[in-house]
Design a protein around this ligand. Sequence first.
Ligand code: PGA
Length: 253
Amino acid sequence: MSTHYTIIGNWKMYFSYKQAMQWANQHLESLEELAQSTQNTIALCPSFESLEPLSSSFKNISIGLGAQDCSDHALGAYTGQVAAQSLAEIGCSHCIIGHSEKRQFGHEGNDQIAQKMIQLIKSGITPIVCIGESKEEFDQGKTLSVLEKQLAPIGKALQEQAQPATSLFIAYEPIWSIGTGITPENTYLEEIFTHIQKLTSSYPNQHSIRLLYGGSVTSQTSVTLKKVGLIEGFLIGKASTDFQELKKIVLLL
Ligand code: PGA
């Protein structure tokens, strides 16, 4: 089991701007205490509009700040998009890309997600690349081939475009587990994570690749999930919006 976990809170669009500010104001001191009392790394990913003010709030505490998406382009004529460069300028340390909700509702493809990763690396932001199969693909036994397809452009982009050494998270999130309260069996996860590790082992070795699990992680499920040796952290949706629950997860790991 890992001795140091990374806990990423994906707030999705659960909070309005005012609600996110209220949450942060209410829990700022406790968050600082939590960050100080653990070896684990914590980063929170609110909606775009809350990033800059939260960056100021988190300035003096050891909590990372992440966006939930970025453009696959550098600055230019791309209406409605947000550049990785801007995210870096306002203090983001992390950025989620390829989340299944973006793949589904934003019709994102694997090549585009790989280009988002490149933009993030160029801007010095740690990418959190989400991958995972649907229920139908799971039922048809297609998980490994789906993950291979999702990861192929990631590996290719890292091989072809020389990049500075980076930290990169791959978050395996089976879509059928997100928000459902259902988590996979550990034996299943062992097999999947071993395969992901094998696929990523060919990436240029200056990069540090760490594997996260996401999907219905709570203070109850995390205790079982952490027994999967290759899991080095969690991408947490709903449970990360409840401070007491987040605290329990961090302290139990
Ligand atoms: P969940 O979401 O923890 O609410 O299942 C995880 C995610 O979508 O990243």
